[in-house]
Design a protein around this ligand. Sequence first.
Ligand code: ADP
Ligand code: ASP
Ligand code: MG
Length: 450
Amino acid sequence: MSHLSVAKFGGTSVANFEAMTSSANIVMADANTRVVVLSASAGVTNYLVELANGCEKEHRDEVLSAVRQIQYNIIEKLQNQDAVKAEIDNLLDHIAALAESASLATSAALSDELISHGEMMSTKIFTQLLVESGHPAVWVDVRDVVATNNHYGKAAPNDEKTQQQSNNVLKPLIASGKIAITQGFIGRDDEGKTTTLGRGGSDYSAALLAEVLGANDVLIWTDVPGIYTTDPRVVPNAQRIDTMAFNEAAEMATFGAKVLHPATLLPAVRSNIPVYVGSSKAPEQGGTWVTRDPQPRPTFRAIALRRNQTLLTLSSLSMLHAQGFLANVFAILAKHKISVDVITTSEVSVALTLDKTGSASSGANMLSSELLDELNAYCNVQVEDDLALVAIIGNNLHTQSGVAKKLFHTIENYNIRLISYGASTNNVCTLVKNNEADDIVRSLHLGLFE
Ligand code: ADP
Ligand code: ASP
Ligand code: MG
Protein backbone atom coordinates (compact mmCIF):
# COMPACT_ATOMS: atom_id res chain seq x y z
CA MET A 1 0.00 0.00 0.00
CA SER A 2 1.24 3.49 -0.73
CA HIS A 3 2.12 6.05 1.93
CA LEU A 4 -0.78 6.79 4.29
CA SER A 5 -0.90 9.84 6.52
CA VAL A 6 -3.52 10.64 9.15
CA ALA A 7 -3.89 14.42 9.46
CA LYS A 8 -5.44 16.13 12.46
CA PHE A 9 -6.60 19.74 12.49
CA GLY A 10 -7.19 21.42 15.85
CA GLY A 11 -9.84 23.94 16.89
CA THR A 12 -8.17 27.07 15.51
CA SER A 13 -7.54 25.28 12.20
CA VAL A 14 -11.31 24.86 11.74
CA ALA A 15 -12.38 28.00 13.62
CA ASN A 16 -13.79 29.92 10.64
CA PHE A 17 -14.10 29.73 6.87
CA GLU A 18 -10.61 31.06 6.18
CA ALA A 19 -8.96 28.63 8.61
CA MET A 20 -11.00 25.73 7.20
CA THR A 21 -9.99 26.72 3.68
CA SER A 22 -6.27 26.68 4.58
CA SER A 23 -6.74 23.29 6.21
CA ALA A 24 -8.65 21.97 3.20
CA ASN A 25 -5.84 23.17 0.92
CA ILE A 26 -3.33 21.20 2.99
CA VAL A 27 -5.45 18.06 2.65
CA MET A 28 -5.89 18.52 -1.09
CA ALA A 29 -2.21 19.24 -1.71
CA ASP A 30 -1.08 15.98 -0.11
CA ALA A 31 -2.16 12.77 -1.81
CA ASN A 32 -0.95 10.78 1.21
CA THR A 33 -3.46 12.39 3.55
CA ARG A 34 -6.39 10.03 3.30
CA VAL A 35 -7.79 10.20 6.81
CA VAL A 36 -8.58 13.56 8.38
CA VAL A 37 -9.40 13.96 12.07
CA LEU A 38 -10.95 17.23 13.25
CA SER A 39 -11.55 19.05 16.50
CA ALA A 40 -14.60 21.22 17.09
CA SER A 41 -14.32 24.82 15.84
CA ALA A 42 -12.38 26.87 18.42
CA GLY A 43 -14.54 27.88 21.37
CA VAL A 44 -17.36 25.43 20.67
CA THR A 45 -16.25 22.72 23.11
CA ASN A 46 -15.96 25.27 25.94
CA TYR A 47 -19.51 26.42 25.26
CA LEU A 48 -20.78 22.83 25.15
CA VAL A 49 -19.05 22.06 28.47
CA GLU A 50 -20.89 25.03 29.98
CA LEU A 51 -24.19 23.65 28.74
CA ALA A 52 -23.34 20.16 29.93
CA ASN A 53 -22.69 21.45 33.43
CA GLY A 54 -26.24 22.83 33.50
CA CYS A 55 -27.31 26.45 33.21
CA GLU A 56 -30.39 28.65 33.43
CA LYS A 57 -32.60 29.12 30.37
CA GLU A 58 -31.47 32.67 29.65
CA HIS A 59 -27.79 31.80 29.72
CA ARG A 60 -28.46 28.58 27.82
CA ASP A 61 -30.01 30.56 24.98
CA GLU A 62 -27.03 32.92 24.86
CA VAL A 63 -24.56 30.04 24.71
CA LEU A 64 -26.60 28.22 22.08
CA SER A 65 -26.76 31.25 19.88
CA ALA A 66 -22.99 31.78 20.22
CA VAL A 67 -22.42 28.19 19.06
CA ARG A 68 -24.92 28.61 16.22
CA GLN A 69 -23.19 31.81 15.12
CA ILE A 70 -19.74 30.19 14.94
CA GLN A 71 -21.07 27.46 12.65
CA TYR A 72 -23.37 29.70 10.56
CA ASN A 73 -20.50 32.12 9.88
CA ILE A 74 -18.70 29.27 8.12
CA ILE A 75 -21.71 27.78 6.37
CA GLU A 76 -22.68 31.15 4.88
CA LYS A 77 -19.54 31.07 2.77
CA LEU A 78 -20.11 27.63 1.31
CA GLN A 79 -21.35 27.36 -2.25
CA ASN A 80 -24.13 24.94 -1.40
CA GLN A 81 -25.32 25.84 2.06
CA ASP A 82 -28.65 24.09 2.19
CA ALA A 83 -27.65 20.46 2.63
CA VAL A 84 -25.19 21.05 5.43
CA LYS A 85 -27.30 23.75 7.12
CA ALA A 86 -30.12 21.28 7.64
CA GLU A 87 -27.68 18.85 9.26
CA ILE A 88 -26.19 21.54 11.50
CA ASP A 89 -29.66 22.72 12.53
CA ASN A 90 -30.52 19.17 13.44
CA LEU A 91 -27.38 18.89 15.59
CA LEU A 92 -28.13 22.29 17.20
CA ASP A 93 -31.62 21.02 18.08
CA HIS A 94 -30.04 17.99 19.76
CA ILE A 95 -27.68 20.28 21.68
CA ALA A 96 -30.63 22.40 22.88
CA ALA A 97 -32.55 19.35 24.07
CA LEU A 98 -29.53 17.83 25.83
CA ALA A 99 -28.70 21.20 27.43
CA GLU A 100 -32.22 21.40 28.80
CA SER A 101 -31.88 17.91 30.28
CA ALA A 102 -28.50 18.90 31.79
CA SER A 103 -30.11 21.93 33.43
CA LEU A 104 -32.42 19.52 35.31
CA ALA A 105 -29.83 16.90 36.19
CA THR A 106 -26.28 16.51 34.95
CA SER A 107 -24.69 13.17 34.22
CA ALA A 108 -21.32 12.17 32.84
CA ALA A 109 -22.84 10.19 29.97
CA LEU A 110 -25.15 13.08 29.05
CA SER A 111 -22.18 15.48 29.10
CA ASP A 112 -20.20 13.35 26.67
CA GLU A 113 -23.16 13.03 24.32
CA LEU A 114 -23.63 16.79 24.37
CA ILE A 115 -19.94 17.75 24.10
CA SER A 116 -19.41 15.39 21.14
CA HIS A 117 -21.63 17.61 18.99
CA GLY A 118 -18.80 20.12 18.42
CA GLU A 119 -16.79 17.60 16.43
CA MET A 120 -19.92 16.35 14.67
CA MET A 121 -20.62 19.86 13.37
CA SER A 122 -17.08 20.79 12.32
CA THR A 123 -16.66 17.54 10.37
CA LYS A 124 -19.98 17.95 8.53
CA ILE A 125 -19.00 21.44 7.39
CA PHE A 126 -15.41 20.53 6.46
CA THR A 127 -16.59 17.53 4.41
CA GLN A 128 -18.92 19.81 2.44
CA LEU A 129 -16.07 22.28 1.86
CA LEU A 130 -13.86 19.53 0.41
CA VAL A 131 -16.65 18.07 -1.69
CA GLU A 132 -17.31 21.53 -3.18
CA SER A 133 -13.64 21.67 -4.17
CA GLY A 134 -14.02 18.37 -6.01
CA HIS A 135 -12.15 16.26 -3.44
CA PRO A 136 -13.50 12.72 -2.84
CA ALA A 137 -14.23 13.36 0.85
CA VAL A 138 -16.70 11.29 2.85
CA TRP A 139 -17.94 11.94 6.39
CA VAL A 140 -17.34 9.09 8.80
CA ASP A 141 -18.86 8.76 12.27
CA VAL A 142 -15.75 7.92 14.30
CA ARG A 143 -17.93 6.24 16.94
CA ASP A 144 -18.32 3.38 14.46
CA VAL A 145 -14.54 2.95 14.68
CA VAL A 146 -13.15 4.08 18.05
CA ALA A 147 -14.43 1.78 20.82
CA THR A 148 -13.82 2.78 24.43
CA ASN A 149 -14.70 1.81 27.99
CA ASN A 150 -17.47 3.72 29.79
CA HIS A 151 -15.26 6.08 31.79
CA TYR A 152 -17.20 9.12 30.52
CA GLY A 153 -15.18 12.30 30.26
CA LYS A 154 -11.89 10.48 30.00
CA ALA A 155 -12.59 7.18 28.31
CA ALA A 156 -9.87 4.68 27.44
CA PRO A 157 -9.87 3.06 24.01
CA ASN A 158 -10.48 -0.63 23.46
CA ASP A 159 -7.62 -1.29 21.04
CA GLU A 160 -8.77 -4.67 19.73
CA LYS A 161 -12.32 -3.60 19.00
CA THR A 162 -11.09 -0.36 17.44
CA GLN A 163 -8.76 -2.34 15.20
CA GLN A 164 -11.57 -4.61 14.10
CA GLN A 165 -13.97 -1.74 13.41
CA SER A 166 -11.31 0.16 11.54
CA ASN A 167 -10.77 -2.88 9.31
CA ASN A 168 -14.51 -3.02 8.61
CA VAL A 169 -15.32 0.68 8.28
CA LEU A 170 -12.27 2.78 7.46
CA LYS A 171 -9.95 0.54 5.48
CA PRO A 172 -12.40 -0.30 2.68
CA LEU A 173 -13.23 3.39 2.30
CA ILE A 174 -9.61 4.37 1.94
CA ALA A 175 -8.93 1.46 -0.38
CA SER A 176 -11.68 2.74 -2.66
CA GLY A 177 -9.90 6.08 -3.02
CA LYS A 178 -12.08 8.09 -0.64
CA ILE A 179 -10.75 10.60 1.88
CA ALA A 180 -12.31 9.94 5.28
CA ILE A 181 -13.22 13.03 7.31
CA THR A 182 -13.90 12.13 10.90
CA GLN A 183 -14.07 13.37 14.49
CA GLY A 184 -11.33 13.47 17.05
CA PHE A 185 -11.98 13.29 20.79
CA ILE A 186 -14.99 10.96 20.77
CA GLY A 187 -15.79 7.25 20.78
CA ARG A 188 -18.50 4.80 21.79
CA ASP A 189 -18.75 2.36 24.68
CA ASP A 190 -20.13 -1.19 24.66
CA GLU A 191 -23.62 0.07 25.46
CA GLY A 192 -23.61 2.30 22.39
CA LYS A 193 -23.22 5.52 24.38
CA THR A 194 -20.96 8.35 23.22
CA THR A 195 -17.73 8.84 25.17
CA THR A 196 -14.97 11.46 25.08
CA LEU A 197 -11.24 10.97 25.59
CA GLY A 198 -10.64 14.11 27.70
CA ARG A 199 -9.94 17.70 26.68
CA GLY A 200 -7.54 18.06 23.79
CA GLY A 201 -8.12 14.39 22.95
CA SER A 202 -8.26 14.79 19.17
CA ASP A 203 -4.49 14.41 18.92
CA TYR A 204 -4.85 11.07 20.70
CA SER A 205 -7.66 10.01 18.33
CA ALA A 206 -5.46 10.76 15.32
CA ALA A 207 -2.60 8.67 16.70
CA LEU A 208 -4.97 5.81 17.57
CA LEU A 209 -6.44 5.78 14.08
CA ALA A 210 -2.96 5.92 12.55
CA GLU A 211 -2.02 2.88 14.59
CA VAL A 212 -5.01 0.72 13.64
CA LEU A 213 -4.68 1.74 9.99
CA GLY A 214 -0.95 0.98 9.90
CA ALA A 215 -0.36 4.57 8.73
CA ASN A 216 3.11 5.88 7.97
CA ASP A 217 2.75 9.06 9.98
CA VAL A 218 0.45 11.39 11.93
CA LEU A 219 0.37 15.03 10.94
CA ILE A 220 -0.83 17.36 13.69
CA TRP A 221 -1.82 20.68 12.11
CA THR A 222 -2.27 23.40 14.70
CA ASP A 223 -1.67 27.12 15.28
CA VAL A 224 2.11 26.95 15.84
CA PRO A 225 4.70 25.80 13.30
CA GLY A 226 6.05 23.00 15.48
CA ILE A 227 7.04 22.15 19.02
CA TYR A 228 9.11 24.87 20.66
CA THR A 229 11.62 24.96 23.51
CA THR A 230 8.71 26.28 25.55
CA ASP A 231 5.25 27.72 24.89
CA PRO A 232 5.93 30.55 22.42
CA ARG A 233 3.00 32.45 23.94
CA VAL A 234 4.90 32.67 27.22
CA VAL A 235 8.39 33.13 25.76
CA PRO A 236 8.41 34.84 22.36
CA ASN A 237 12.10 33.89 22.00
CA ALA A 238 11.31 30.16 22.19
CA GLN A 239 12.94 28.20 19.38
CA ARG A 240 11.40 25.56 17.19
CA ILE A 241 12.75 22.05 17.73
CA ASP A 242 13.19 20.45 14.30
CA THR A 243 13.45 16.83 15.42
CA MET A 244 12.86 15.30 18.81
CA ALA A 245 12.38 11.87 20.35
CA PHE A 246 9.06 10.27 21.30
CA ASN A 247 10.01 10.21 24.97
CA GLU A 248 11.01 13.88 24.98
CA ALA A 249 7.72 14.92 23.37
CA ALA A 250 5.78 12.61 25.69
CA GLU A 251 7.38 14.22 28.74
CA MET A 252 6.60 17.68 27.38
CA ALA A 253 2.98 16.79 26.76
CA THR A 254 2.60 15.11 30.14
CA PHE A 255 3.95 18.14 31.93
CA GLY A 256 1.72 20.64 30.21
CA ALA A 257 2.89 21.49 26.68
CA LYS A 258 -0.63 21.77 25.28
CA VAL A 259 0.56 21.36 21.71
CA LEU A 260 0.09 17.58 22.05
CA HIS A 261 -2.39 15.67 24.21
CA PRO A 262 -0.37 13.58 26.71
CA ALA A 263 -1.63 10.25 25.36
CA THR A 264 -0.82 11.03 21.70
CA LEU A 265 2.59 9.47 21.90
CA LEU A 266 1.34 6.12 23.30
CA PRO A 267 0.23 4.64 19.97
CA ALA A 268 3.08 6.42 18.19
CA VAL A 269 5.71 4.81 20.43
CA ARG A 270 3.97 1.41 20.43
CA SER A 271 3.89 1.24 16.66
CA ASN A 272 6.82 3.52 15.84
CA ILE A 273 4.77 6.07 13.90
CA PRO A 274 6.48 9.43 13.33
CA VAL A 275 4.44 12.47 14.42
CA TYR A 276 4.72 15.81 12.66
CA VAL A 277 3.55 19.11 14.15
CA GLY A 278 3.05 22.12 11.87
CA SER A 279 0.93 25.24 11.38
CA SER A 280 -2.17 24.95 9.22
CA LYS A 281 -2.03 28.69 8.54
CA ALA A 282 1.62 28.62 7.48
CA PRO A 283 2.54 25.11 6.35
CA GLU A 284 5.49 26.51 4.42
CA GLN A 285 7.21 27.37 7.70
CA GLY A 286 7.89 23.69 8.34
CA GLY A 287 7.51 22.01 11.69
CA THR A 288 8.75 19.39 14.14
CA TRP A 289 9.22 15.69 13.47
CA VAL A 290 8.91 13.47 16.53
CA THR A 291 10.56 10.09 15.93
CA ARG A 292 12.08 7.20 17.84
CA ASP A 293 15.74 8.08 17.89
CA PRO A 294 16.72 11.39 16.36
CA GLN A 295 20.16 12.84 17.09
CA PRO A 296 21.52 14.90 18.76
CA ARG A 297 19.86 14.62 22.18
CA PRO A 298 20.74 17.73 24.16
CA THR A 299 20.86 17.76 27.97
CA PHE A 300 18.23 20.51 28.08
CA ARG A 301 15.44 20.11 25.52
CA ALA A 302 12.47 22.17 26.65
CA ILE A 303 10.48 23.66 29.50
CA ALA A 304 6.85 22.72 30.12
CA LEU A 305 4.36 24.57 32.28
CA ARG A 306 1.13 23.31 33.78
CA ARG A 307 -0.91 25.80 35.74
CA ASN A 308 -3.50 25.34 38.49
CA GLN A 309 -1.99 22.43 40.30
CA THR A 310 -3.16 21.18 43.66
CA LEU A 311 -0.68 19.95 46.23
CA LEU A 312 -1.88 17.49 48.88
CA THR A 313 0.29 16.97 51.92
CA LEU A 314 -0.77 13.90 53.85
CA SER A 315 0.79 13.28 57.21
CA SER A 316 0.37 10.87 60.02
CA LEU A 317 2.50 10.16 63.03
CA SER A 318 1.71 6.54 62.51
CA MET A 319 3.73 6.71 59.30
CA LEU A 320 6.85 6.81 61.45
CA HIS A 321 8.49 3.41 61.01
CA ALA A 322 5.15 2.05 59.85
CA GLN A 323 4.44 -0.07 56.83
CA GLY A 324 1.53 0.37 54.52
CA PHE A 325 0.87 4.11 54.88
CA LEU A 326 1.71 4.91 51.27
CA ALA A 327 -0.04 1.78 50.06
CA ASN A 328 -3.23 2.87 51.82
CA VAL A 329 -3.01 6.43 50.53
CA PHE A 330 -2.56 5.19 46.98
CA ALA A 331 -5.41 2.71 47.36
CA ILE A 332 -7.74 5.58 48.34
CA LEU A 333 -6.55 7.69 45.40
CA ALA A 334 -6.89 4.78 42.99
CA LYS A 335 -10.41 4.13 44.19
CA HIS A 336 -11.28 7.70 43.19
CA LYS A 337 -9.50 7.23 39.86
CA ILE A 338 -6.88 9.85 40.73
CA SER A 339 -3.41 9.45 39.37
CA VAL A 340 -0.56 11.06 41.20
CA ASP A 341 1.89 13.24 39.39
CA VAL A 342 4.82 14.46 41.38
CA ILE A 343 5.56 13.09 44.79
CA THR A 344 8.03 13.62 47.62
CA THR A 345 8.09 11.89 50.96
CA SER A 346 9.47 12.51 54.43
CA GLU A 347 9.47 10.45 57.59
CA VAL A 348 5.89 11.27 58.52
CA SER A 349 4.36 12.83 55.44
CA VAL A 350 3.94 12.58 51.73
CA ALA A 351 3.34 15.51 49.38
CA LEU A 352 1.84 14.87 45.98
CA THR A 353 0.25 16.80 43.15
CA LEU A 354 -2.93 16.17 41.23
CA ASP A 355 -3.85 18.14 38.20
CA LYS A 356 -6.74 20.12 39.70
CA THR A 357 -9.12 19.97 36.80
CA GLY A 358 -7.79 16.71 35.41
CA SER A 359 -8.35 16.55 31.72
CA ALA A 360 -11.85 15.15 32.01
CA SER A 361 -14.02 16.69 29.33
CA SER A 362 -16.51 18.24 31.73
CA GLY A 363 -13.74 19.89 33.78
CA ALA A 364 -15.03 18.21 36.95
CA ASN A 365 -12.89 18.87 40.01
CA MET A 366 -10.81 15.81 40.85
CA LEU A 367 -10.61 16.68 44.52
CA SER A 368 -14.14 15.59 45.41
CA SER A 369 -15.51 15.91 48.93
CA GLU A 370 -15.82 12.10 49.08
CA LEU A 371 -12.10 11.74 48.40
CA LEU A 372 -11.21 14.37 51.00
CA ASP A 373 -13.46 12.75 53.60
CA GLU A 374 -11.84 9.41 53.05
CA LEU A 375 -8.33 10.81 53.26
CA ASN A 376 -9.20 12.88 56.34
CA ALA A 377 -10.44 9.79 58.11
CA TYR A 378 -7.04 8.21 57.60
CA CYS A 379 -4.50 11.03 58.02
CA ASN A 380 -4.03 14.79 58.25
CA VAL A 381 -4.69 16.46 54.92
CA GLN A 382 -3.41 19.84 53.83
CA VAL A 383 -4.51 21.23 50.45
CA GLU A 384 -2.64 24.01 48.63
CA ASP A 385 -3.88 25.54 45.40
CA ASP A 386 -2.57 28.26 43.10
CA LEU A 387 0.53 26.33 42.21
CA ALA A 388 2.08 25.62 38.84
CA LEU A 389 4.29 22.79 37.74
CA VAL A 390 7.36 23.84 35.80
CA ALA A 391 9.20 20.88 34.28
CA ILE A 392 12.60 20.96 32.67
CA ILE A 393 12.73 18.28 29.99
CA GLY A 394 15.99 16.83 28.72
CA ASN A 395 18.23 13.82 28.42
CA ASN A 396 20.29 12.06 31.08
CA LEU A 397 19.56 14.91 33.44
CA HIS A 398 20.35 12.83 36.51
CA THR A 399 23.78 11.72 35.32
CA GLN A 400 25.14 15.12 34.27
CA SER A 401 27.00 17.11 36.85
CA GLY A 402 25.99 20.72 37.35
CA VAL A 403 22.35 20.35 36.28
CA ALA A 404 20.91 21.20 39.69
CA LYS A 405 23.34 24.08 40.16
CA LYS A 406 22.39 25.58 36.83
CA LEU A 407 18.68 25.28 37.51
CA PHE A 408 18.77 26.70 41.01
CA HIS A 409 21.08 29.50 39.98
CA THR A 410 18.71 30.49 37.17
CA ILE A 411 15.71 30.75 39.44
CA GLU A 412 17.41 31.72 42.68
CA ASN A 413 15.04 34.67 43.25
CA TYR A 414 11.93 32.51 43.44
CA ASN A 415 10.47 30.26 46.06
CA ILE A 416 10.23 26.63 45.00
CA ARG A 417 7.53 24.80 46.92
CA LEU A 418 8.56 21.31 45.88
CA ILE A 419 11.14 19.68 43.64
CA SER A 420 11.34 16.23 42.13
CA TYR A 421 14.65 15.23 40.62
CA GLY A 422 16.11 11.81 39.98
CA ALA A 423 13.13 9.58 39.29
CA SER A 424 13.31 10.21 35.57
CA THR A 425 16.31 10.71 33.34
CA ASN A 426 14.16 13.06 31.28
CA ASN A 427 12.75 15.64 33.66
CA VAL A 428 13.21 17.77 36.72
CA CYS A 429 9.92 19.04 38.15
CA THR A 430 9.39 22.06 40.34
CA LEU A 431 6.22 23.35 41.92
CA VAL A 432 6.00 27.13 42.11
CA LYS A 433 3.40 29.84 42.71
CA ASN A 434 0.95 30.26 39.82
CA ASN A 435 1.57 33.99 39.64
CA GLU A 436 5.35 33.55 39.36
CA ALA A 437 5.26 30.68 36.88
CA ASP A 438 5.58 32.74 33.69
CA ASP A 439 8.55 34.68 35.07
CA ILE A 440 10.21 31.47 36.18
CA VAL A 441 9.74 29.91 32.74
CA ARG A 442 11.19 33.04 31.13
CA SER A 443 14.21 33.02 33.49
CA LEU A 444 14.81 29.33 32.90
CA HIS A 445 14.51 29.77 29.16
CA LEU A 446 16.97 32.64 29.21
CA GLY A 447 19.40 30.64 31.34
CA LEU A 448 19.16 27.36 29.46
CA PHE A 449 18.35 28.19 25.84
CA GLU A 450 19.11 31.81 24.93
P1 ADP B 1 -5.13 22.70 18.74
O1 ADP B 1 -6.41 23.40 18.94
O2 ADP B 1 -4.61 22.78 17.34
O3 ADP B 1 -5.12 21.31 19.28
P2 ADP B 1 -3.77 23.66 21.10
O4 ADP B 1 -4.18 25.01 21.56
O5 ADP B 1 -4.32 22.48 21.82
O6 ADP B 1 -4.05 23.55 19.54
O7 ADP B 1 -2.18 23.56 21.12
C1 ADP B 1 -1.39 24.53 20.49
C2 ADP B 1 -0.88 25.50 21.53
O8 ADP B 1 0.03 24.82 22.39
C3 ADP B 1 -0.05 26.65 20.99
O9 ADP B 1 -0.84 27.72 20.58
C4 ADP B 1 0.85 26.99 22.16
O10 ADP B 1 0.40 28.13 22.86
C5 ADP B 1 0.74 25.80 23.08
N1 ADP B 1 2.05 25.27 23.47
C6 ADP B 1 2.41 24.96 24.76
N2 ADP B 1 3.66 24.55 24.81
C7 ADP B 1 4.14 24.55 23.55
C8 ADP B 1 5.40 24.22 22.96
N3 ADP B 1 6.41 23.77 23.71
N4 ADP B 1 5.54 24.35 21.62
C9 ADP B 1 4.52 24.80 20.86
N5 ADP B 1 3.31 25.14 21.36
C10 ADP B 1 3.12 25.02 22.68
N1 ASP C 1 -12.65 19.73 21.02
C1 ASP C 1 -12.00 19.05 22.12
C2 ASP C 1 -11.43 20.07 23.10
O1 ASP C 1 -11.59 21.27 22.91
C3 ASP C 1 -10.95 18.09 21.66
C4 ASP C 1 -9.77 18.70 20.95
O2 ASP C 1 -9.84 19.83 20.50
O3 ASP C 1 -8.76 18.00 20.81
O4 ASP C 1 -10.88 19.67 24.09
MG1 MG D 1 -4.96 20.57 21.26
